[in-house]
Design a protein around this ligand. Structure first.
Ligand code: PEP
Length: 249
């Protein structure tokens, strides 16, 4: 049985007081579903306070990005061991907004994934096609190349310590969700692609779906055989919505 994961990507939302409020709401509500690993990924500035509030709880902490470098003259960057010191366990890598606005490519995401894994963090590696690529029938070509590129050089053992997230770019923050069948088809394709590296690692690898997941569509997506959870943006900013998704598992 693969671990089900519901991860909230807060993006650039949340001052420290706002973080405290949302985390308190999550802890006070029915967010503990034993079938699910719950993760929240606030901005860097909120990680420390979030970690303090989440200590000893069922909710794990994630970051939204990190540097591929260990330390040094990289202004504005944050290294893996800095994340570890504030209690971070997961790190989102290669989100489409990083690819779009910060020109991140598969090679860089691969270097970040290797740095995260060697530090003991679990990378949540994002892949997904644009609407133009989907309409041109290139979804498998694009996503397949992203999977190959971002996992390049990872042993089967390291792949089993990773998480992938399929996030069609056209579904992120748009209210347009892939149908459960569309998403399942790509998830199955991704698992088969990973199986070319190692079939056992492919079987255990959690593959999350992301793109306008809401309480109302979560159940149908999450009951697909190759969908092992969700990476949630907008709906993770409201406790009742996020808890609704957690309890859809
Ligand atoms: C995301 O940013 O990872 C995401 C899936 O956003 P949303 O849920 O808002 O589409």
């Amino acid at each position: 049985m693969r671990q089900k994961i519901i991860a909230g990507n807060w993006k650039m939302n949340g001052t420290v007081p706002w973080t405290e409020e949302l985390i308190r709401e999550l802890l006070a509500s029915n967010s503990n579903n034993e079938r699910v690993k719950v993760v929240v990924c606030p901005p860097f500035t909120s990680l420390y306070v979030a970690a303090k509030l989440l200590e000893g709880s069922h909710i794990a902490l994630g970051a939204q990005d990190m540097s591929q470098h260990e330390s040094g003259a990289y202004t504005g960057e944050v290294a893996a061991d800095m994340l570890l010191t504030v209690g971070v366990k997961y790190v989102i890598l290669g989100h489409s907004e990083r690819r779009q606005y910060h020109a991140e490519d598969d090679k860089l995401v691969n270097a970040k994934a290797k740095a995260a894994l060697s530090a003991g963090l679990t990378p949540i590696i994002c892949v997904g096609e644009t609407i133009e690529q989907r309409e041109a029938g290139q979804t498998e070509k694009i996503v397949g190349a992203q999977v190959d590129g971002t996992l390049a050089g990872l042993s089967a053992n390291l792949i089993t310590k990773s998480v992938l997230a399929y996030e069609p770019v056209w579904a992120i923050g748009t209210g347009k969700t892939a149908t459960p069948e569309m998403a399942q088809a790509v998830h199955k394709f991704i698992r088969q692609r990973v199986a070319k590296v190692d079939s056992q690692a492919a079987e255990t690898l959690p593959i999350l779906y992301g793109g306008s997941v809401k309480p109302g569509n979560a159940h149908d997506l999450l009951t697909q055989p190759d969908i092992d959870g969700a990476l949630v943006g907008g709906a993770s900013l409201k406790a009742t919505d996020f808890v609704g998704i957690i309890n859809a598992v």
